[in-house]
Every structure is written in structure tokens, then in C-alpha cells.
Design a protein around this ligand. Structure first.
Ligand SMILES: [Zn+2]
Length: 453
């Protein structure tokens, strides 16, 4: 924790950047798959700057540097070799449901971590730091200090209190839970129902003399004293009856202090995690992105990632290499007839088709093979009509793709060609192994699993 430094200077972050870089050198990344590296990115590289981010606003320059470190690590580990960044960084920051990998936006995370201090300040617990800040800055209302305007004051609280209207965001997402009624504003606080009483009963409150008072001030012990300017007319009686009806729910003041309730969490407590979900910059809505088939299928973790890359159509086939200016003469390694695209190699190639047909014939379903990987993922579950054996059925596409991709790589890098029978056997072996790992018990043997198909 740097003392006496300017909170906005990027110099105070150099320690964090260095630490991130040092960590990377020590990891033996050549043994890690994309999934493994992503876990490290999310758990370690994200966590390192958390402490600093909870106190200081992160400068754009530092975000950029940390993003570059995370990005390079994700795609190439700690090796020096050139590796392609297969998917744009911005797409990776989107949630898994939206088509990304849910890597954290540092600036949103930074805001949320700082919001936590505002939340703590407004909570009823007494502590010395709150007293110091209250005495120094004075209170705007019962929950928060005045905005900090002087450039000479404590820069830490200034950045937390003033940062991009954070307090307004907190207010917007909370309602009040009345305890002794001393902190909750009677007219302007949301404490009885979903809106303020001023919004719910505008007429009545224009007649009230008590404008900015707390709940406790208007409670007499038996009922509410609104300090009306004049007696009510006959036609205003229904309005006051409705008012008392609403208030009947909230007439018990307690000993404890008033507190704020966070609307986004069931328990009412602010958490950085839930707020992050809510405040993440609006992501591209990918309606129909088959995230369940990609992430909820019980296959090895690295294959989930591989399927995700396939759905993005970004694995390094000849077509994708040529897009990256490799100038290869593109030919499918299996049939040697067509251009090697993701969709040809893994769906339409006559070799791959034989694996698909094994399942289609066995299940006696009519299936028109869609043109793209994402479409297969979308329709596979419903077309298979697998009932209770759904888990097994879901594994099939990823297993075909993994087998074909391995065969393709063997042909490409080692010059070894398996014939179609051997590929089918490899496939069935892998399928049985995956089923056994995650779906079926030990009692079922190979023939049972194959029979079911
Ligand atoms: Zn082919």
C-alpha cells in the first residue's frame, strides 16, 4: 500500500504489473491447455490487483497493460513463440452465456470494489474510519458524506466518493429497511413498497408541513402525525385511508438502526460479484448462442474450450490460417478433395460424415445436417430425443470433433494416416471413456454403452 502517493498516478501500479509479469515466468505453461490458462487468468492474474483496485481508481493506461499481460498469457502462455490470438479480446470479456469466456473487465471490477466502501460507510456498524471521514467532510444526508470538492483533501476518499457517480448507483440499487427510523427519510426514501411515499401520495405530501423529516420524527407511538397544513376535504378522505392502509405494514419501529438493503442479492447484502454481473457494460445479446451444449456438457474441460472455439469457427484450419495471411494451398487432410474449412472438416467431409451416420442410423432419426457447428449444437439435443440418456447423447458431437481434429493433426504434423475403421474405433474408445468418466457408473461395460447408441 503506497503512502502519500497520488491516487491517480500510474506509478503506484508498477508493483502490481511487475508481480503479474513475475508470476507468468514461473508457470510452466507449455503443459497447460486453453482451459487451464483461462483458470489462471481468472483466478490469479485478476486477483493480484484486487487490493489496489479496492482503494484506487485504475488508470486507463494500467488497464491496458494488464489486459495485454492477460491476453498474451491466455493465448501463448509464457513461451516466446509467436501464437495467434484466435478470438478478439472484447469478445472474451462477454459472459459465457453471451458467447465469451467471462474474463473480467478490470474497470468495472474496480468500480465495484470501490462501491463496497460506500456500502460499508452507509451500513450501521460503528468504526473509527467512518467517524474520521464524517467529521472531516460533513454529511450530505443520513447515509453519505458530502461530495469532496477541495483538491487538497484526502485523495483516497475523494476518489471513492466522487468516482463516476458511484454513490448514485448504490442508491439506485438499494432500498431502506427501517429499524428505529432515524436515518430513513420519510418522504424520499424507498422503505414502504416499491416507490417513495412522495411518489405514491403526491397530493397528501404537498399538504404536509414536515418536508424533510425522518420516519422516527413522524411516528407518535400510536400512529403517524403528518403535520397537515389544514383539515382534509371530504374528497381527500379516501386518499388518507389508502395512505394509512399502506402504512399499516410499517408501524413497528425497532431498537436497531436503519440499514440499506441491496436489491440484487437475496440476502440484501452488497456483493462485488452480483454487482459485477449487473454493471458489466452491456454485452451483445447473442440470442440462441448454444452455451448449454458448450459449457454444460460433461466432457473434459479442455474439450469444452475446444467446442467453444469451434462454435466461434476459430480453430486453425487452412481457411483460418489463410485469413491470417499464411498463403497455404488449402486441402482437407481427410478427403483431400475440398478446401479445409471448419464446417467442412468437422461436418461435411465424407470421412467425418461416416462418424455422424453411425449415430443417426443407430437411433433411426431423420436428421438433415445443418450447415454450421453452432446450428448442430442448437438442434442436437432436441433431434436426438434421448430421454433419460440425454447426457450420453450430448457428448456425441464434441467427441466426433475431438477425434477428427486429432486425426487431422496427426496427418498434418506426424504424417500418420489411420483408415476409417481405425478412426471409428478410436472414436468409440474415446466415447466410452468419456461416458465412463462422467455419466455412467462402473457397472456398465462397453457393449452396453454401444448398444444404447
Ligand atoms: Zn474433407
Amino acid at each position: 500500500m503506497p503512502l502519500g502517493a497520488k491516487s491517480k498516478s500510474s506509478g503506484i501500479w508498477s508493483g502490481v504489473i511487475e508481480k503479474c509479469e513475475r508470476k507468468l515466468v514461473n508457470w510452466k505453461c507449455q503443459y497447460l491447455s486453453l482451459g487451464g490458462r483461462l483458470t489462471l487468468v481468472n483466478s490469479v492474474l485478476d486477483a493480484l490487483p484486487s487490493y489496489m483496485m479496492s482503494i484506487f481508481p485504475i488508470p486507463a493506461k494500467v488497464t491496458k497493460r494488464l489486459d495485454a499481460i492477460r491476453r498474451n498469457f491466455l493465448w501463448k502462455g509464457s513461451e516466446d513463440k509467436k501464437k495467434y490470438h484466435l478470438v478478439k479480446w472484447e469478445e472474451l470479456l462477454v459472459s459465457k452465456r453471451g458467447g465469451g469466456l467471462n474474463i473480467r473487465y478490470l474497470s468495472t471490477q474496480n468500480n465495484n470494489l470501490m462501491m463496497k466502501w460506500l456500502w460499508k460507510f452507509a451500513s450501521p456498524e460503528v468504526s473509527l474510519w467512518k467517524e474520521v471521514i464524517t467529521t472531516k467532510y460533513g454529511m450530505e444526508d443520513k447515509w453519505m458524506t458530502d461530495g469532496v470538492t477541495s483538491p487538497y483533501d484526502c485523495s483516497v476518499w475523494r476518489s471513492i466518493r466522487n468516482l463516476r457517480l458511484l454513490w448514485l448507483l448504490v442508491k439506485d440499487r438499494t432500498k431502506c429497511k427501517v429499524g428505529n427510523g432515524e436515518k430513513v427519510a420519510f418522504r424520499n426514501g424507498i422503505w414502504c413498497g416499491q416507490e417513495t411515499l412522495k411518489q405514491a401520495f403526491p397530493k397528501l405530501h404537498s399538504l404536509s408541513q414536515a418536508q424533510e423529516t425522518s420516519v422516527a420524527d413522524l411516528w407518535t407511538g400510536q400512529g403517524w402525525n403528518l403535520h397537515l397544513r389544514r383539515n382534509l376535504n371530504d374528497w381527500e378522505i379516501t386518499s388518507i385511508a389508502r395512505f394509512h392502509d399502506t402504512m399499516a405494514r410499517a408501524t413497528n419501529l425497532a431498537e436497531e438502526q436503519d440499514r440499506l438493503i441491496w436489491k440484487g442479492e437475496r440476502k440484501g447484502e452488497f456483493t462485488v460479484r452480483s454487482t459485477y454481473r449487473e454493471l458489466r457494460p452491456i454485452e451483445e445479446q447473442k440470442a440462441g448462442w448454444p452455451w448449454r451444449m458448450i459449457w454444460r456438457t460433461k466432457i473434459p474441460y479442455k474439450v469444452n474450450y475446444f467446442t467453444w472455439l469451434l462454435a466461434k469457427e476459430e480453430v486453425l484450419t487452412h481457411e483460418n490460417l489463410n485469413k491470417r495471411k499464411c498463403n497455404l494451398c488449402s486441402r482437407c487432410y481427410l478427403c483431400e478433395e475440398q478446401v479445409e474449412t471448419v464446417n467442412h472438416l468437422l461436418l461435411h467431409c465424407k470421412w467425418t460424415d461416416q462418424l455422424w451416420q453411425m449415430f443417426i442410423h443407430k437411433r433411426e432419426i431423420k436428421w438433415t445436417k445443418p450447415g454450421r457447428i453452432t446450428e448442430v449444437l442448437k438442434c442436437w439435443n432436441s433431434d436426438g430425443n434421448a430421454g433419460k440418456k440425454e447426457e450420453r447423447w450430448r457428448i456425441v458431437p464434441a467427441c466426433i470433433w475431438w477425434t477428427i481434429w486429432n486425426e487431422r493433426n496427426q496427418r498434418c504434423f506426424e504424417g500418420k494416416n489411420n483408415n476409417i475403421q481405425k478412426i471409428k474405433i478410436n472414436y468409440l474408445g474415446l466415447y466410452y471413456f468419456w461416458c465412463k468418466q462422467v455419466v455412467i457408473g462402473n457397472s456398465e461395460d462397453v457393449s452396453n454403452v454401444i448398444d444404447w447408441l
